[in-house]
Write a protein that binds this ligand. Structure first.
Ligand code: MD3
Ligand code: FE
Length: 202
């Protein structure tokens, strides 16, 4: 059963090692076709996390701002979301809607993600599902309003987090990772897969 922190449902140890290995192998295949890139914020700051995507839509940030696009910045269509990834969504998301976007974040040594909301999607009724692979990460959760209290939890490889309901618009971020704390990625680092239903068909 999940831990409920501020409406974030945290499934510790949800994925066994063989599934984690299959997910890493799929992430590597996706990155082979759609290479990781370093997103730049609209203010011109390079983010420390490297990103790529799978699915009909992938998340992009550059000097023009944030948005979902059908193609990688290099022009190729994003690869399909692998079935083993969709299986995780089916197991935890309380909807028959399937995700059309899988953001893949790679955290190397020292990478972090500041506190933010995810509100680039057209419709907030669908949950967001996050899969952690590799090194431990300190995940900070707040509320839907800026500047409130936050609480943190360490996420480990194989943990799955579901953000639905009120938590869907809550502030969240990754303060730091414990580089080389896990054995899944032999060179260290953390991969996070974030599944979303983005396209509302309009
Ligand atoms: C809460 N990623 O890509 S996953 C992101 O670990 C992002 O890479 C972090 O925040 C990571 O936007 C955190 C957990 C997560 C993902 C999406 C959310 C939490 C969320 C959307 C709404 C609320
Ligand atoms: Fe986010």
């Amino acid at each position: 059963d999940p831990i409920n922190l501020r409406g974030f449902l945290i499934y510790k140890g949800f994925l066994d090692r063989s599934v984690q290995e299959a997910l890493v192998s799929e992430a590597r295949a996706i990155a082979g076709a759609a290479p990781f890139f370093a997103p730049v914020t609209s203010r011109g700051q390079k983010m420390s996390v490297r990103m790529t995507s799978a699915g009909q839509l992938g998340w992009i940030s550059d000097r023009s701002g944030y948005r979902y696009e059908a193609n990688h910045p290099n022009g190729v269509a994003w690869p399909a979301i692998p079935e083993v990834v969709l299986d995780v969504w089916r197991a935890v998301a309380d909807t028959s809607r399937l995700p059309d976007s899988c953001l893949i974040n790679f955290y190397g040594e020292g990478a972090r993600m500041g506190l933010h909301q995810d509100k680039d999607e057209g419709d907030f009724r669908w949950p967001v599902v996050s899969i952690s692979l590799g090194d431990d990460a300190l995940f900070r959760m707040g509320s839907p309003t800026r500047g409130g209290k936050t609480e943190s939890i360490w996420l480990s490889s194989g943990d799955v987090v579901v953000m639905g309901g009120d938590a869907r618009l809550s502030y969240h971020g990754i303060d730091r990772i414990r580089f080389k704390s896990a054995s899944l990625l032999p060179n260290g680092g953390r991969i996070n897969l974030t599944l979303r239903a983005v396209d509302q068909g309009t």
